[in-house]
Design a protein around this ligand. Structure first.
Ligand code: SF4
Ligand code: MG
Length: 324
C-alpha cells in the first residue's frame, strides 16, 4: 500500500506541486480472523494513515486492501456500504469523535442508521444492551457526551464501534488519551469483547508497553515503512531492527535494578517530507554502514515469522544484549 500526498509550501508562487509526502510507502501485512496486529511508531510514521487506508476512509495512491478476499477498491459503492458494517474505527480522542449535541443512544446507533436502519423501540433496547456490554448503565443512553469522564466516553466510542457487530476494528490510539489505570480497564474491555465477538483488531499506538499487552503480532513503522514485523514475544525479546531496539530501550522500567542502561534513541526523527536516502534510519543508527546510505533494505523474512528491513539484521540480533 502506498499513500503519497503532493505538497508544495510555495504552490501559490509557482503554481506547481513539486514535492511528495510519502506518508505510507510500500506497506504490506495481513491480519487473521480474531487476531490483533499492533502497529507502533512515533507520530508522523504513517500509522493513522495506514489505519484509514485499510478502512478505505482515504484512497491509496497504489496497492490493494482485501477484506475477506474482496478488494475494497473494486467493489460497488452499495456493496462497500454493506461491507462497512464489518469494519469500524475507534479514535484517540473520544471528546472530538462524539457529537456533543447528540444523545448517547443516537451516537452508539449511528453505524446502524448509516446502514439504513431507523430509530425504534428495538434499537433503543439494543443501545441499552451495548451500554451494559461496555460497563455503562442503560440509563446513560439519554445523556450527552459532556456528562461523562474520558474513560466513559471511550466506552461510548467502543459501544458505537461494536454496534453493527463488526468483524474488524481499527483502534487508532484508542487508549492514548486516557489515564494509565483507565487505559488498563479499556484494554481489558477490548480483549473481552474480542473474545466474545471474535473480532480482529489493528491496534495503533505509540506506547510499546500498551501494545504489548493486547497484540498477537506487532509491526513497527518508521517514516512510512514497516521496519519490523513479528509475533509479539519475538519482537520484544529478540528485536532484529536497531530502531525497534531503541524504542524498547526507551520503555521505562520501574524497578531500579532492572533499569536499562542501553543507549536511548538519539537525534530527531527526520521530516517525512525529506527522509534520508537508503535506509531512512541510517542517521540515527549505531550499526549503519555505507550501503545503508544508498540502498533501501527490503523487509526480509527470518525464522519464526520474523520480518525485518535491515541490511545487518543478523548482526544486530546477535550482538544486542537481552533487554531485561
Ligand atoms: Fe541501521 Fe543499516 Fe540496518 Fe538501516 S539498514 S537499520 S542503517 S544497519
Ligand atoms: Mg496518529
Amino acid at each position: 500500500l502506498k499513500k503519497h500526498f503532493p505538497v508544495n509550501p510555495n504552490a501559490w508562487l509557482t503554481g506547481r506541486l513539486n514535492r511528495v509526502l510519502r506518508a505510507v510507502d510500500d506497506v504490506s501485512f495481513d491480519i487473521a480472523a480474531g487476531e490483533t496486529l499492533g502497529l507502533v511508531g512515533e507520530s508522523g510514521s504513517g500509522k493513522s494513515t495506514t489505519g484509514r487506508l485499510v478502512l478505505r476512509l482515504i484512497e491509496p495512491t497504489s496497492g490493494a486492501v482485501k477484506f475477506q478476499g474482496e478488494d475494497l477498491a473494486r467493489v460497488e459503492q452499495e456493496h462497500l456500504r454493506r461491507m462497512r458494517r464489518n469494519m469500524q474505527i475507534i479514535f484517540q480522542d473520544p471528546q472530538a469523535s462524539l457529537n456533543p449535541r447528540h444523545r448517547v443512544e443516537d451516537i452508539i446507533l449511528e453505524p446502524l442508521y448509516a446502514q439504513g436502519e431507523r430509530p425504534s423501540a428495538r434499537l433503543t433496547n439494543y443501545a441499552g444492551d451495548l451500554l451494559d456490554k461496555v460497563g455503562l448503565r442503560r440509563i446513560h443512553a439519554q445523556r450527552f457526551p459532556h456528562e461523562f469522564s474520558g474513560g466513559q466516553r471511550q466506552r461510548i466510542g467502543i459501544a458505537r464501534a461494536i454496534a453493527p457487530r463488526p468483524k474488524f476494528i481499527v483502534c487508532d490510539e484508542a487508549v492514548s488519551a486516557l489515564d494509565v489505570s483507565v487505559q488498563a480497564q479499556v484494554i481489558n474491555l477490548l480483549q473481552d469483547l474480542q473474545e466474545e465477538l471474535g473480532m480482529s483488531y489493528l491496534f495503533i499506538g505509540h506506547d510499546l508497553a500498551v501494545v504489548r499487552h493486547i497484540a498477537d503480532r506487532v509491526a513497527v513503522m518508521y517514516l512510512g515503512r514497516i521496519v519490523e514485523l513479528a509475533p509479539k514475544s519475538d519482537l520484544y525479546n529478540r528485536p532484529h531492527h536497531p530502531y525497534t531496539q531503541a524504542l524498547l530501550a526507551a520503555v521505562p522500567v520501574s524497578h531500579p535494578r532492572m533499569r536499562r542502561t542501553r543507549s536511548r534513541l538519539h537525534g530527531e526523527t527526520p521530516s517525512p517530507l525529506d527522509p534520508p536516502a537508503g535506509c531512512h534510519f541510517h542517521p540515527r543508527c549505531p550499526f549503519a554502514q555505507d550501503v545503508c546510505r544508498s540502498e533501501t533494505p527490503p523487509l526480509r523474512q527470518f525464522a519464526s515469522g520474523h520480518q525485518a528491513a535491515c541490511h545487518f539484521a543478523e548482526t544486530v540480533v546477535s550482538v544486542a544484549p537481552p533487554l531485561v
